[in-house]
Design a protein around this ligand. Structure first.
Ligand code: 13P
Length: 251
């Protein structure tokens, strides 16, 4: 199977007021025809900005997404947002199972699995996140942990068209630390192979993103690793200049 079109995605987490939407305008200006032919760009702002971000991004080619959703389509779930609402607001992707949701909100693999199904039910693409903690890596359990998360979180019916997997080692998120290229290569090859057991032949076309302290200075090395089909970027996605410098490695 030919290599999938890379995806560089920004996860703004709980950052950004309406004024920050100007960064999306700046990204759109820098996302020229040459870059558009090489990769897809996505920004996942806080939920309350999804509709406004989709308006700002219209015509730029930049996709907008959510950082989470509820598994159900509607109902008595105060404070939650359905995948259908993300779609209605103009979103096209939903990040599910980010380690911050798993840790802060106790989300299990089963919950992540249900949320991924919800995203696809609403016609959107699910970005399912996996990754080990520092203690798990030190104990040599990285592949065990990632394998268990993949098995539990990924619905077998997903395809290359609606599934993206992000490998985000918890210890690399927001710390400035990154795994070596060899470590990323090992985990991504493992994810590709395990995905084959879960979803079959479609696994070859699924984008596998690396996330955790991606910045302009390390993006070329990380994006050059086999089986890395893009990045999930936190802090460096808040500024158009940094985010577009990362995307620029695909030029
Ligand atoms: P940082 O790029 O800030 O390390 O965050 C990574 C991340 O968690 C993206 O989802």
């Amino acid at each position: 199977m030919s290599r999938p079109t890379p995806l560089v995605a920004g996860n703004w987490k709980m950052n950004g007021l309406r004024a920050a939407l100007a960064e999306i305008t700046g990204m759109g200006q820098a996302y020229d025809a040459g870059l558009k032919s090489k990769l897809e760009l996505l920004i996942c702002p806080p939920a309350i900005l999804i509709g406004a971000a989709a308006d700002v991004a219209r015509g730029t080619g930049i996709a907008i997404g959510a950082q989470d959703c509820h598994a159900k389509a509607d109902g008595a779930h105060t404070g939650d947002i359905a995948a259908e609402m993300v779609a209605d607001a103009g979103g096209s992707f939903i990040i599910v199972g980010h380690s911050e949701r798993r840790a802060d909100h106790g989300e299990s693999d089963a919950v992540v699995h249900a949320k991924a199904q919800a995203a696809v039910r609403a016609g959107l693409k699910a970005i399912i996140c996996v990754g080990e903690t520092e203690a798990e890596r030190r104990a040599g359990k990285t592949l065990d942990v990632v394998g268990r998360q993949l098995d539990g979180s990924i619905p077998a019916s997903l395809t290359a068209a609606n599934l993206v997997v992000a490998y985000e080692p918890v210890w690399a998120i927001g710390t400035g630390l990154t795994p070596t290229a060899a470590d990323v290569a090992e985990v991504h090859a493992f994810i590709r192979q395990r995905l084959g057991q879960i979803i079959g032949k479609e696994a070859g076309g699924v984008r596998l993103l690396y996330g955790g302290s991606v910045k302009p200075s390390n993006a070329a090395e990380l994006m050059g690793v086999p089986n890395v089909d893009g990045a999930l970027v936190g802090g460096a996605s808040l500024k158009a200049s940094d985010f577009m410098a990362i995307a620029g490695v695909y030029r």
